[in-house]
Design a protein around this ligand. Structure first.
Ligand SMILES: C[S@@+](CC[C@H](N)C(=O)[O-])C[C@H]1O[C@@H](n2cnc3c(N)ncnc32)[C@H](O)[C@@H]1O
Length: 340
């Protein structure tokens, strides 16, 4: 499986407004977590799990830092640790942290940044050192695939007999994430997580878009530019979870964590909002294609720039022909978790 990092060269930073707009719905949960988190003596540690290129981390990190400053004072040293996979475009992350007009270190003399390139399904930080953790749009990414899906690229739309093996990996990943965060969090520490989810009907909001993308790829096989064997190996290792799947590790007991809040709900889709406002299907298609390629391009195309470009042209045209079919709100789960 290709490491499911985002499209490099800063592309994800430029094409991830959908994730940013959706995650902003978690502001209320974030505020409650910051009011409740236990503030230890000494330096504080904040982690941002699955930071990608950093653009979408700046706003939530600023909120976290302001919330902690309100509790501990602006003179308290805070280390912000951004984490992602080894092949993440860390150059864009470092540049964003240094040069973005809204960089959170600007005007905050006691705030420092560091970066870890290692999976968050593993231990990342010293025991008991973490004060506050944030993660958005990262925890639905899987550590492995059982095998490529037979007829689709999107696990939600895989065949019924393919679902159990996918669910088992997603369950193992979720338990590992919680297990290691429980070791890292200080007593009373808090996590706020925004994660891809499915509603009661099993929809994440992305299925019409994924069907269209799958059809475009199948057409490229029929026409020749995409080898059937290459298509057969294409699966996006990302699986939104059901409410019960999020809850299961807390019900089993054994983890020193308490699930304080869980909201599974539709959240705004920035491209859809813009389309509804401006009525411009071409702009909508460009927004959706940018979102798709930024998040899913590396998992499907790897370094094959030609195939990615061909797909992008065909997919953009197809979305532009059927915007109403693609425009859906995004289902997410927002969780607030407290270390006992
Ligand atoms: C869609 S991006 C989200 C980026 C940002 N947090 C946001 O809200 O826009 C998902 C990120 O999670 C990272 N990721 C996926 N699996 C991971 C893992 N096992 N450990 C660490 N990061 C992972 C990917 O590399 C990617 O940068």
């Amino acid at each position: 499986m290709l490491e499911p990092v985002m499209q490099g060269g800063g592309y994800y930073n430029k094409h991830s407004e959908l994730q940013a707009r959706s995650a902003a719905q978690a502001d209320g949960v974030l505020a409650r977590a910051l009011a409740a988190v236990a503030v230890p003596t000494g330096p504080l540690v904040v982690a941002d799990f699955g930071c990608a290129q950093g653009r979408n981390s700046l706003r939530p990190m600023a909120l976290v830092l302001d919330g902690l400053a309100a509790r501990a004072g602006r003179e308290r040293d805070v280390m912000v640790v951004h984490t992602d996979l080894p092949h993440c475009d860390f150059t864009s992350l470092f540049t964003t942290l240094e040069t973005a007009p809204d960089r959170y270190r600007h005007g905050r003399d006691h705030v420092f940044s560091s970066v870890i390139g290692h999976s968050f399904y593993d231990r990342l930080l010293p025991a008991g050192s973490l004060t506050f953790g944030w993660s958005s749009f990262a925890l639905h990414w899987m550590s492995a695939l059982p095998q490529a899906l037979r007829l689709h690229i999107w696990p939600v739309l895989g065949a019924p007999d393919e679902q159990a093996a996918l669910a088992a990996i997603a369950a193992r990943d979720w338990r590992n994430f919680l297990k290691y965060r429980a070791e890292e969090l200080a007593p009373g520490g808090q996590l706020v997580l925004v994660v891809g989810a499915v509603d009661e009907a099993g929809a994440s909001g992305l299925e019409p878009m994924m069907d269209l993308a799958n059809n475009v790829l199948a057409a490229l096989v029929t026409e020749g530019p995409l080898a059937a064997a290459a298509y057969a190996g294409m699966t996006i290792p990302s699986r939104p979870r059901r409410r019960e799947e999020f809850i299961a590790p807390f019900e089993d007991g054994g983890l020193p964590l308490s699930l304080e809040e869980l909201v599974v709900a539709e959240t705004p889709n920035a491209a859809m909002l813009r389309w509804e406002e401006a009525g411009d299907a071409t702009l909508f298609a460009a927004d959706i294609a940018g979102f798709f390629v930024a998040a899913f391009g590396p998992s499907l195309f790897g370094d094959d720039d030609g195939l990615r470009a061909l797909f992008t042209d065909r997919f953009t045209a197809a979305v532009g022909m059927a915007p109403a079919q693609i425009a859906r709100k995004l289902v997410t789960a927002t969780l607030r978790i407290r270390r006992l």
